[in-house]
Design a protein around this ligand. Structure first.
Ligand SMILES: [Fe+2]
Length: 225
């Protein structure tokens, strides 16, 4: 757990320093730091979502700029939780009532509204909008089944991070193997190609201690280029 968080922070610092004069990244970082002040656990969850999403998008033919935007999207995907009451956001109990569920659904719509008002790029808004949707239509807020590649990555990265990091209502965390088994036990909900990519990333992270250094090297090579 410490490793994935440390790797996520490393990539965060590297990308933020690369975009320190870019208005989208400056306002995105301000929102992320505000979220961290409000709820550290939600910020750390978002950081790991950003990190795994960046790695997953590297497995498809996206430009370097788009992959970086996907990282920023991960940082901001739960920004609507800024509007969530403390007794839901920081509660140790599981979601159980209709009102709890409405709060949960609203964090997506509030997040999309906020990101739209602040003129964030389409990729970032799309990531926020679709991260709780599922390919079999069982997700929320709109029970959509036709997801873009960004939505498919967002859904997998969000669940990975939710299971990997401890929550107040679920202090036990899962190993990477348990998380992969969890995904595979739900055929139809997640994109099988993305799950395969996640498996490759997790195996490579386990076998290669310098995996994070390779990611940072890649970022550096784009700075120099
Ligand atoms: Fe969320």
């Amino acid at each position: 757990m410490e490793t994935v968080l440390a790797g996520s922070w490393n990539l965060y610092h590297k990308l933020m320093s690369q975009y320190d004069d870019d208005s989208i990244w400056i306002k995105g970082n301000a929102l992320f730091r505000a979220l961290e002040c409000r709820c550290t656990a939600t910020a750390e969850h978002s950081l790991v979502v950003a990190y795994r999403s960046y790695q997953l998008s590297s497995k498809s033919p996206q430009t370097y700029k788009i992959r970086n935007l996907i990282f920023l999207a991960g940082l901001l995907h739960d920004i609507g939780k800024l509007s969530m009451a403390d007794d839901v956001l920081k509660s140790a109990r599981k979601i159980s009532t209709q009102m709890d569920f409405e709060h949960l659904v609203n964090h997506v719509t509030h997040g999309v509204d906020l990101l739209n008002k602040l003129n964030f790029p389409r990729e970032i808004i799309e990531f926020c909008q679709f991260h709780h949707e599922r390919l079999n239509g069982s997700g929320y807020p709109n029970a959509l089944s036709d997801l873009s590649w960004i939505g498919k990555i967002a859904a997998v990265a969000d669940v990975y991070s939710a299971l990997k990091l401890p929550r107040l209502y679920r202090p036990d965390i899962m190993s990477d193997a348990q998380i992969l088994a969890f995904f595979k036990a739900q055929p139809g909900a997640f994109d099988p190609q993305i799950i395969l990519s996640l498996e490759e990333i997790l195996i490579s992270s386990t076998q290669n201690n310098s995996h994070d250094e390779l990611l940072i090297e890649e970022v550096n090579s784009h700075v120099l280029g």
